[in-house]
Design a protein around this ligand. Structure first.
Ligand code: 4AD
Ligand code: MG
Length: 432
């Protein structure tokens, strides 16, 4: 009986006979030899079946196996410098687990992305999609490690919430036993409460935006990591962000070289992602755009072309700081020197990937918070608990939200955010 091994660990078994439990990804045959491309979830390997070296029924089976049949392939691990993996399998036996029906939808020719998204449940088996989701997993873990190692406590906010936080226009409403409730847009307000209990916390979960945007950067359900820190001010908040992003990128570079190569990612651009990151004020960014002949006035929000232009001036992500207060949510602390702008920043990724982080110092003064809420026509009742945080030991504090999928898209260098999450929810898609 052979050892079951995973393809990613195959190098340890050179010269030994092993068995791989997986699926047939692709096949080529030429008379007396069949090449089986086998995947097992951990990787892809080529199995070489030579007619005179296997039983005739095994050879016949190999010629017949359909794409995506589940099979157990046994053979001897051999070095093969021509393959990406560096090894191949000299096949001795193949056992069928479940033959796939003829006509597998994702044949190995080119398909349009919309078609592939309809078959996402199968598309995720292919090498590029597999690499993206593995890098996503690595990024997930690197985020958790970063915060855990730096003394942050993970706090899960509720997904069902009674109020809005980022604005009322893009909420998904639900009926909560006869009361109006919403799927959470952000866990921030709850993270602020937890920061007063634990000092440094982060939440990491799904968030929902009923935005009718059909862009390469918007999902209606996405994952956001949201740290919140007591006694941390605006400038210190930026340092934590650049350290986090650098940690994530460097971890992916160390641990996911093969996946980045599969995606043909130019890693020289990622190598440069180390602190400090450049900072530019909103006002200076507006001037930069105007000098480049964009029609843009102070107070306008940046669109994708503006963000891309600003980002193109830098090799690293760039912080745009001190946005006009009226553009941003009620909770952002005004700048003491100029209360028309806030002590907050968006972090814009290089290469046109747009905003990956939004953050700020939060208002900690009770009267100022109440004034801002009034200006934004927010009812006090549902926010009473949030307001109370300013009554009992309020301190300056800051936090930010990093969109996981936009970060994955940038690090992977792929053009559309829908490929960065296992099953995307977009304007026209709730299937599969
Ligand atoms: O800038 P946003 O809306 O900020 C907040 O929600 C704050 N409450 C976060 C905080 O300070 N705790 O969203 C933060 C990030 C964006 O920078 C972006 O990366 C991502 O979340 N994001 C989206 N990602 C995918 N699809 C969407 N529709 C997104 N909207 C925001
Ligand atoms: Mg934002």
């Amino acid at each position: 009986m052979n050892k079951y091994v995973s393809i990613e660990k195959i190098s340890r078994f050179e010269g030994e006979e092993v068995s791989i439990r997986g699926w047939l990804f692709n096949k080529r045959s030429s008379g007396k030899i069949v090449f089986l491309q086998v995947r097992d979830g951990s990787g892809f390997i080529q199995g070489v079946v030579i007619k005179k070296e296997v039983d005739s029924d095994v050879f016949d089976l190999c010629k017949e196996i359909t794409q995506e049949s589940s099979i157990i392939v046994s053979g001897i691990v051999q070095k093969d410098d021509r393959s990406k993996l560096g090894f191949e399998l000299l096949v001795k036996n193949v056992a069928m687990v479940s033959p796939a029906e003829e006509g597998y939808p994702i044949s190995l020719k080119e398909h349009g992305t919309d078609f592939l998204m309809d078959y996402r449940h199968l598309w995720m088996r292919t090498p590029k999609q597999n690499a993206i989701l593995r890098i996503r997993d690595e990024i997930n873990l690197s985020i958790r490690n970063y915060f855990h190692d730096n003394g942050f406590v993970l706090i899960e906010p509720p997904v069902i919430t009674p109020t809005s936080c980022e604005g009322t226009t893009d909420l998904f409403g639900i009926d909560y036993f006869g009361e109006d409730a919403y799927l959470s847009q952000t866990g921030q307000l709850y993270a602020e409460a937890a920061a007063m209990a634990f000092g440094k916390v982060y939440s990491f979960g799904p968030t929902f935006r009923a935005e009718k945007s059909k862009t390469r950067k918007h999902l209606n359900e996405f994952w956001m990591v949201e740290p919140e820190m007591a006694y941390v001010t605006f400038e210190e908040n930026l340092v934590i962000q650049e350290n986090l992003i650098s940690h994530i990128v460097q971890t992916v570079l160390s641990n996911r070289r093969q996946e980045l190569a599969e995606l043909e990612r130019d890693t020289s651009l990622l190598e440069k992602i180390k602190p400090p990151f450049p900072r530019i004020t909103y006002t200076d960014a507006v001037e930069m755009l105007q000098n480049a002949d964009f029609e843009f006035t102070w107070g306008d929000d940046f669109g994708a072309p503006h963000e891309s232009y600003i980002a193109s001036k830098y090799e690293k992500p760039v912080f745009i700081t001190h946005f006009p207060a009226e553009m941003k949510p009620f909770y952002m602390e005004p700048c003491p020197e100029n209360p028309n702008v806030i002590l907050g920043a968006d972090l814009i990724a290089p290469e046109g990937y747009g905003e990956i982080i939004g953050g700020s110092q939060r208002i900690h003064d009770l009267d100022l918070l109440l004034k801002k809420m009034k200006e934004d026509n927010l009812p006090e009742d549902p926010y009473q608990w949030y307001i109370e945080l300013r009554k009992y030991g309020s301190v300056p504090h800051s936090g930010f939200g990093m969109g996981l999928e936009r970060t994955v898209a940038w690090i992977c260098g792929i053009d559309h955010i829908r490929q960065t999450i296992p099953f995307a929810r977009t304007l026209n898609r709730i299937y599969p």
